[in-house]
Design a protein around this ligand. Sequence first.
Ligand code: HEM
Ligand code: HEM
Length: 166
Amino acid sequence: MPRYGRTTRALHWAMAALMIWLLWLGARLAWSEPSLALIPVFTWHKSLGLVVFALALIRLVWHRIAPPPKPVDLPPMQYRLARTVHVSMYVLMVALPLSGWIGSAALGPDVLAFGLALPRIVPVSQALSDTAFTVHEWLAYALLLCLALHVSGTAYHRNLARIVTG
Ligand code: HEM
Ligand code: HEM
């Protein structure tokens, strides 16, 4: 059976772990009462989210250099669903960090990744920040939905070995 390469697998699993962790950190930000104890959660959420953004750009380039192996044989409907979910997840791994970055930058203070200030990508605007965070929240729900379909699809077809062991 055609396999995924080592770099593709490393990128997939590093990003999967980071994105699931970010969903958890994001849920804590959304559901907790405001408190000073949340500051490190914000800091980690932003820094790791920006790592996902950088890895997503690398992954998209890598996808061109080393295209994925031929898909496993699936009934046409399942194939289309799997493909739609994969494409959606590629979009989400860019759009989620970008919406978070825009929402944070539009608030005013510098957006920091591991203590380093990032370029100011948008003007300060409370309205823009609110819109970006609303989008960010809906994209997070979309990621959860994709993840549920993705994990159940791959578990059902028992082809995990293709991306686990190469
Ligand atoms: C947020 C987390 C995740 C994201 C964003 C993600 C994204 C992706 C994407 C985009 C692909 C398609 C790669 C390509 O062919 O171009 C893929 C493949 C795959 N993923 Fe994930 N994934 C995530 C988590 C998981 C988890 C938790 C599992 C474990 C069940 C998993 C199992 C797989 C498998 C088995 C494939 C290969 C499917 C095949 O052989 O065609 N992924 N993933
Ligand atoms: C893959 C990357 C990311 C994921 C999966 C993610 C996920 C989430 C989730 C689930 C929430 C809670 C949404 C809600 O119900 O309000 C959230 C909130 C938040 N995220 Fe992200 N995020 C990511 C990247 C980023 C980045 C890069 C930044 C900023 C640089 C960021 C900044 C924020 C902030 C400031 C909040 C709190 C919003 C508020 O106060 O309403 N996120 N994120």
